[in-house]
Design a binder for this molecule. Structure first.
Ligand SMILES: C[S@@+](CC[C@H](N)C(=O)[O-])C[C@H]1O[C@@H](n2cnc3c(N)ncnc32)[C@H](O)[C@@H]1O
Length: 301
């Protein structure tokens, strides 16, 4: 009978059949994290962790921490631990991350959690002040957070100086456009009002058409691309929207624009936000989704 693996002898294996380029890692409680291979070029994860984090749906429950109440004034903030989980998949310890739409600093706090460096750019000083206050209260060394418009500030960064881009785009603000159409159904109006009340918290954005919003995104991602190292990854949070009686596939519109800029699409991860309450909008007369997920688009340079 043929020996197991005889066609592919593992010349480097130890007595346990584990290749010697692999080391077993343990968490702080002493539980095995699985085996880390020295050949891992992307991250510091073990095979077991890699398998877990390459799943297409994220349904982990994230803690409400890091002065959540303070950061919640923003309305579009992301859990720092979720950001850390993403950063840890796409970088190694000590590497650097860019967020051109930094808000109250979900990405930057995430970078602290996993010992990475981060640069954030946020146009609204109020959110930068909240970020700095959170760092002070949590006794965290603030990352490099800058106030300004990414369209102006990204030009000043050195090419290929970041290992990963993690960002969360400003929402398409179509309020004025939709109001001027003046023909909302009640449920549609309710869905709009709920989102508006959240979003107006984080920006005094003027209303735009979808094309204007996409052009803004195109400009900023075009400026961001040269700053990313070759073969580096970018992850972009984007929620789809239901407005004016129809569903807007914003994730797909945005993905097409980003691909045209020269990024290669790699995945659309679904973040199922378990903390989101179910809403009821079109009950008894129309189907209107209660949005409890966001897309995280993954691209490679
Ligand atoms: C969805 S929020 C990001 C929230 C962030 N992930 C967090 O955890 O706080 C998008 C942010 O982009 C900012 N923004 C919009 N246009 C910008 C621009 N041109 N330059 C820099 N920041 C911008 C908005 O003020 C908003 O805070």
């Amino acid at each position: 009978m043929a020996q197991k693996n005889s066609l592919f002898p593992n010349l480097n294996s130890n007595n346990n059949g584990v290749s010697s380029d692999k080391t077993e890692l343990f968490d702080k409680k002493g539980n095995s994290r699985g085996f880390y291979s020295k050949k891992n070029r992307l991250n510091d994860l073990t095979g077991k962790e890699w398998q877990y984090w390459s799943k297409s749906v994220i349904n982990k429950s994230y803690p409400v921490n890091f002065q959540h109440k303070l950061r919640n004034q923003h309305g579009g903030q992301k859990p720092p631990q979720l950001c850390a989980d993403l950063i840890q998949f796409f970088t190694k310890k000590g590497m650097s991350v860019l967020d051109p739409f930094a808000g109250v600093g979900g990405t930057l706090l995430g970078a602290n959690l996993c010992d990475r460096k981060a640069v954030g750019i946020e146009i609204n000083k109020k959110w930068v002040d909240v970020y700095n206050q959170v760092c002070k209260l949590e006794n965290i060394e603030p990352q490099d957070m800058r106030v300004g418009d990414s369209k102006e500030l990204l030009n000043k960064e050195k090419n290929e100086s970041f290992d990963f881009i993690l960002t969360d785009v400003p929402y398409w603000n179509m309020d004025k456009v939709s109001r001027s159409n003046g023909k909302f159904k009640k449920a549609d109006q309710e869905a709009k009002e709920k989102t508006k009340s959240n979003l107006s918290k984080f920006n005094n954005e003027v209303s735009q058409t979808k094309d204007e919003w996409l052009k803004d995104m195109e400009d900023i991602f075009s400026l961001s691309r040269p700053l990313l190292k070759n073969s580096g990854y970018m992850a972009v949070f984007i929620g789809d929207m239901y407005r004016n009686g129809k569903y807007h596939f914003l994730s797909s519109d945005l993905a097409n624009i980003i691909e045209k800029i020269g990024f290669t699409p790699k995945a659309n991860l679904i973040w199922y936000d378990v903390s989101n309450k179910l809403q009821i909008y079109g009950y008894l007369y129309d189907f209107i989704p209660s949005m409890i997920h966001q897309n995280i688009l993954i691209f490679k340079k």
